[in-house]
Design a binder for this molecule. Structure first.
Ligand SMILES: NC(=O)c1ccc[n+]([C@@H]2O[C@H](COP(=O)([O-])OP(=O)(O)OC[C@H]3O[C@@H](n4cnc5c(N)ncnc54)[C@H](OP(=O)(O)O)[C@@H]3O)[C@@H](O)[C@H]2O)c1
Length: 314
């Protein structure tokens, strides 16, 4: 019998107000596929950027189906199909990334993108682990940092930032992290030394550390880029949010669609799930919203200070 699901889509380009909940058919799981009853969908800034029209406004790409990651329960496995983490059966709790259309009550996706969910992770946390986790790991692939070095992380209180802080701490790297003052405790919690962004940032960083070995930009403001260029060697600056400046000023920018990044990020998923399952990597969830209130959730995220990850609950 064909299963139906509620899915949130963007039928046209615009702000979160364009989102609509629609009924969709969930394809049966064929060979190499898994159907998941979604318990939580992860929410990321790239979701609203994708239908904002700023990256592309090609009418042929509509409707946009946002949501790259979910956690849920397997309801069907295709013939001769195993999860990426091995085995798999109806009833298994899983996490899936990178998939399209995650803002849905059910999805059928390639089994190679589906992993067993560690029992210790709740659904909203598991649904928010892999996009930010693989991004932070990829930043360290492009600009590695060694024990004893001092680095600067812009947006250290953000979702990617806190994962990066934890990966740096595990490597014995000293990290200064920019945040608003109300978020300083979050930076400290994950091993960073907080420094307020805004006018005078360069001087505040230099007062804490006269030499910066590398800079990781998880914000993309001109201030973050200018301070990075002033303090770190050009070859050791990487951004995930200031692609225009990176091209103009000659430092690295990465994105999940870059072929090298995609291969690396796919390959590091299992390792990040294991770290989180062991309690060695924490992705703090600030709050959840019902799936039907996705527009409100994205408006909250787009204000730039979500205070942690957001999950949608079907
Ligand atoms: N290229 C990629 O592969 C990739 C992957 C993931 C994310 N991204 C992008 O990376 C960015 C961060 O993502 P996220 O999920 O970490 O976002 P997030 O959780 O919303 O974090 C936003 C961060 O930006 C800080 N911030 C806000 N306004 C600022 C300002 N004017 N100056 C300096 N810092 C400011 C916030 O600090 P306070 O809250 O302390 O104010 C917070 O640390 C987004 O643009 C996202 O689209 C790119």
């Amino acid at each position: 019998m064909t299963e139906h699901a509620t899915q949130v889509i963007a039928p046209r380009y615009g702000g979160p107000e364009v989102l609509q909940a629609v009924e969709v058919e969930v394809p049966q799981a064929g060979p190499g596929q898994v159907t998941i009853a979604v318990r939580a969908a992860g929410v990321n800034p790239t979701d609203y950027k994708g239908f904002s029209g700023r990256m592309s406004s090609d009418p042929a790409a509509l409707p946009i189906r946002p949501g790259y990651e979910v956690a849920g329960v397997v309801t069907e496995l295709g013939a001769d199909t195993e999860l990426a983490s091995g085995g798999g059966a109806v009833g298994d709790e899983v996490v899936a990334f990178r998939i399209p259309g995650g803002y849905s009550s059910a999805v059928t996706v390639p089994a190679e993108d589906v992993f067993a969910k560690p029992a210790g992770l709740d659904f909203p946390t598991a649904a928010n682990l892999l996009l930010v986790g693989t991004t932070a790991a990829d930043m360290l692939r492009v600009v590695p940092a060694a024990a004893g070095e001092t680095v600067l992380v812009h947006g250290a209180s953000g979702a990617v930032g806190v994962v990066l802080l934890q990966l740096l701490r595990a490597r014995g790297v000293r990290a200064l992290g920019t945040a608003s003052e109300s978020r300083f405790d979050e930076v400290r919690r994950f091993g960073g030394e907080p420094v307020a962004y805004g006018d005078g940032l360069t001087a505040r960083v230099v007062a804490l550390a006269p030499a910066i070995d590398a800079a990781y930009d998880c914000v993309g403001t001109d201030e973050a880029v200018d301070v990075s260029l002033a303090l770190a060697p050009l070859g050791r600056i990487v951004t995930i949010a200031a692609h225009g400046r990176a091209q103009r000023d000659g430092f690295r920018a990465i994105g999940g669609r870059d072929p090298e990044s995609k291969v690396y990020r796919d390959g590091v998923r299992a390792q990040l799930i294991a770290l989180a399952g062991a309690g060695d990597l924490v992705v703090p969830v600030a709050r959840t919203y019902p799936l039907a209130r996705a527009a409100e959730a994205l408006t909250h995220l787009a204000n730039g200070h979500p205070g942690g990850k957001i999950a949608l609950i079907p």
